[in-house]
Design a protein around this ligand. Structure first.
Ligand SMILES: C[S@@+](CC[C@H](N)C(=O)[O-])C[C@H]1O[C@@H](n2cnc3c(N)ncnc32)[C@H](O)[C@@H]1O
Length: 310
């Protein structure tokens, strides 16, 4: 498979521009994927620099190891990005010059039908990013979570207005037949949602299941805190997200790091003593331009934010 068939890196030029502050620095890529960003960044780094590439998907690591084989300064690590401390220990480093998180899934993962991330064909409901370590699948969620839990994840992670109706259909259906394929799930959603909103509801329910199966939001919040604690002064945290729930977490995180004071506003001066740890670089929100979206439609929802360690 060609490198661009695996995944086209999003906002690649901007990632390099904002992330690299020292050509001999130590960089951690928490979402190595097909190594697209990594390759662009490594081309700009000195041979003395170190690049730690981490991904939880074993297939992504196999692919990117081949793609990046010509670079001798890469350390690969299989695990979730909240294991960044262990990856740093393996690479024998204590601080980082930059951290990149390009969230979500790669085009390759979406296109592999057996992984169950797509609703565009009838696939098994899996959605685990690391089938070698994770047990819980999307099918398990649908067949075993109780009615209230299903409503919660559809509302909280999918922002789906018809969450209760869809959950009710699921609970009714599974009493007679387990729900194992995306085709079955789509038919249940069809019973609750009308015409022009249907595709959006499919996408919302699939997003909710993927977030639940992979604990995506919890991992993101922990990784942001870890990254700040590992960055050296002037080091950059670059995060690209693809839906509003992730972007909200990143935006609020940077805001709190920039202004951590928790004193009541009526106090004339700060007494809590909390000091800022990061500043959000401007522009605060970086989006792909029309040309990039035309070439790579999967970039259309991307939102990039950058923080600098103080
Ligand atoms: C959008 S792709 C990254 C693409 C990559 N930047 C490139 O240019 O090829 C996201 C990747 O992050 C991985 N991933 C998502 N969440 C993760 C997590 N919590 N820990 C480690 N890897 C994760 C996925 O397995 C996927 O390979």
């Amino acid at each position: 498979m060609s490198d661009s068939n695996y995944h086209v890196p999003v906002l690649a030029e901007q990632v390099c521009r904002y992330l690299i502050t020292d050509e001999k620095g130590v960089y951690l890529d928490g979402t190595l994927g097909g190594g697209g960003h990594a390759e662009q960044i490594l081309k700009k780094l000195d041979a003395e620099a170190l690049y730690i590439g981490l991904d939880q998907d074993p297939e992504a690591l196999t692919f990117s190891k081949k793609r990046l084989a010509r670079f001798k300064n890469v350390v690969f690590y299989h695990g979730v990005f909240t294991e960044m401390e262990a990856a740093m220990q393996l690479a024998n480093v204590e601080t980082l010059t930059g951290v990149l998180l390009d969230l979500g899934i790669s085009s390759y993962q979406v296109d592999q039908e057996a992984r169950g991330f797509t609703f565009r064909s009838d696939v098994p409901l899996d959605m685990r990013m690391d089938p070698s370590r994770q047990q819980l699948t999307a099918g398990d969620v649908l067949n075993h979570y109780d009615y209230r839990e299903l409503i919660r994840i559809f509302r909280q992670y999918g922002e789906e207005a018809r969450a209760a109706c869809i959950a009710r259909q699921i609970v009714k259906q599974r009493k007679t037949t387990p729900i194992v394929s995306s085709g079955q799930l789509l038919k249940l959603i069809d019973r609750c949602v009308g015409g022009k909103h249907l595709k959006k509801s499919y996408a919302r329910i699939f997003q909710a299941l993927r977030i639940e199966v992979n604990q995506e939001l919890e991992l993101l919040s922990s990784a942001l805190n870890l990254a700040v604690s590992k960055l050296k002064k002037g080091g950059r945290l670059v995060v690209i997200s693809y839906h509003s729930l992730e972007d909200r977490i990143v935006k609020n995180f940077l805001r709190e790091q920039e202004n951590p004071c928790i004193c009541p506003p009526e106090l004339p001066e700060c007494i809590c003593g909390r000091q800022p740890t990061m500043k959000a670089l401007k522009p605060k929100l970086i989006r792909p331009d029309e040309q990039e979206v035309k070439k790579n439609p999967r970039a259309r929802s991307a939102k990039m934010r950058v923080g600098e360690k103080l």
